[in-house]
Design a protein around this ligand. Structure first.
Ligand code: CAA
Length: 390
């Protein structure tokens, strides 16, 4: 049975900081960000957005089109959790008015957990071919002000509908996966910003890629030449390109700049102007590819590499389905990204330093530009959300 990604919708915040502005504030050359790490803008969440509103906004187009009716599994992948007990997906389930007959849980393993979610969802659909599963990856990437990771912040969410006979990408059964106990990036419960050993994290990312690929290649019998495009986890776009060069070198395959552009370029467009969104990052890349590929990708194989620090890596693959262009949300994604508001450095720092009140009092939050849902206040330690749609 063909099982895979039936719909794919991306959402990011309405505010961004241009990395030229950050470069000026940090007295570094803008080219370090624009060229060195391959990032131009980072999406900044408004104070009345969080991983719940980002996630619900990503899935809203599916709700509007009645695509959520048969969903009986909701997997919420995040490393920016808002509660140690309650799954953030339950708030999303409520905002999206989904059926109570639904299993809802939150998954965590740094930037990797959405991929675990997708593989679990594929198993669920194999057993229940008339049902669907919704995997949502939603994150806000935060590093300390002035730290090397700062320029790689961002935020966003991706809603991924998994079904039988998918209209976008069928997922192939072979996968290579790799776990190793390392401390390259982590966030203890008492911190709101990640701790990272930046250079080390880039080497672990690549090591896990080569190990995952080795298994995938053995199981599938495929080589790099069997792929038409690649989507990598994108903490910053240069990382994806470096990883692909390393993989090519390992496979003794040459890759020139032009070929690199063909294989990866269209998958990097959205991340370059939104930044890292951790668990959703590779799927933002897939969205960017399906929305923007000049060539009709029907029947083409995509290699997918998902990486979560700590660490788990997985290499798997998918085949693009005929007619997929009729089912992507390309116009919506482009409109969202083209109509954002640029922040000044001071506005960015004020938003960064804003913290959700923790004293159990009653708070109503001012309204900023958001998607169809907002984080409207907090009362007795309970988060309150508001739907802005009828
Ligand atoms: N013009 C052009 N290029 C320039 C430049 C200029 N003026 N100035 C510097 N550069 C280049 C450098 O030569 C370097 O290129 P190479 O990597 O090809 O050598 C690049 O810009 C970056 O410069 P630095 O290495 O000096 O940057 P840094 O040390 O300040 O920060 C980083 C880099 C450590 C990766 C940092 O961005 C970071 O900590 N990021 C967060 C961690 C991360 O994203 N890790 C990725 C793997 S882990 C993962 O993927 C999980 C996840 O999502 C977090």
């Amino acid at each position: 049975m063909n099982i895979g990604i039936d719909r794919l919708s991306f959402y990011s915040s309405h505010y961004y900081l241009d990395l030229k502005t950050l470069a000026e504030a940090r007295s570094v050359e803008a080219d370090k960000y624009y060229i060195g790490i391959g990032q131009e803008k980072m999406a900044i969440p408004a104070p009345d957005e969080d991983v719940v509103t980002l996630a619900a906004s990503a899935a809203y187009p599916l709700m509007k089109e009645g695509e959520l009716e048969n969903v009986e599994l909701l997997l919420f992948a995040t490393e920016s959790g808002i509660d140690q007990s309650k799954a953030a997906g339950i708030y999303v389930h409520s905002l999206l008015e989904m059926s109570p007959r639904c299993r809802t849980v939150e998954l965590k393993q740094a930037c990797y957990s959405a991929t675990a979610g997708i593989q679990l969802a594929v198993g669920f659909v194999a057993r229940n071919p008339d049902k669907k599963a919704l995997v949502i990856a939603s994150d806000i990437a935060r590093y300390e002000l002035g730290s090397p990771g700062e320029a790689t912040q961002g935020c966003g969410a991706v809603a991924i509908l998994i079904s039988a006979d998918p209209r976008l990408v069928s997922i192939e059964p072979e996968c290579g996966y790799y776990t190793e106990d390392v401390m390259d990036f982590w966030r203890p419960n008492y911190r709101s910003e990640a701790l990272v050993d930046g250079k080390y994290s880039t080497t672990v990312y690549i090591h896990a890629l080569l190990e995952s690929w080795k298994q995938y290649a053995e199981l599938s019998g495929r080589g790099l030449g069997d792929f038409d495009r690649f989507c990598y986890h994108i903490p910053f776009t240069k990382m994806a390109e470096k990883a692909h060069r390393k993989l090519c070198r390992k496979c003794k395959t040459d890759v020139g700049d032009e070929q690199m552009q063909t294989l990866l370029g269209e998958s990097l467009l959205y991340s370059r102007i939104t930044g890292n969104c951790y668990s959703g990052s590779m799927y933002v890349g897939l969205c960017s590819l399906l929305d923007n590929a000049e060539e009709d990708l029907a029947g083409k194989r995509i290699g997918l590499y998902s990486y979560g620090s700590g660490c788990v890596g997985e290499f798997f693959s998918g085949v693009v389905q005929p007619g997929y262009r009729d089912f992507v949300y390309a116009d919506q994604h482009r409109n969202l990204l083209a109509n954002r508001t640029e922040l000044t450095y001071q506005q960015y720092e004020d938003i960064f330093n804003y913290g959700v009140p923790t004293d159990g009092g009653e708070y109503v939050f001012p309204q900023y530009k958001t998607g169809p849902f907002r984080f409207s206040g907090i009362s007795q330690h309970k988060r309150e959300y508001e739907s802005l749609v009828d």
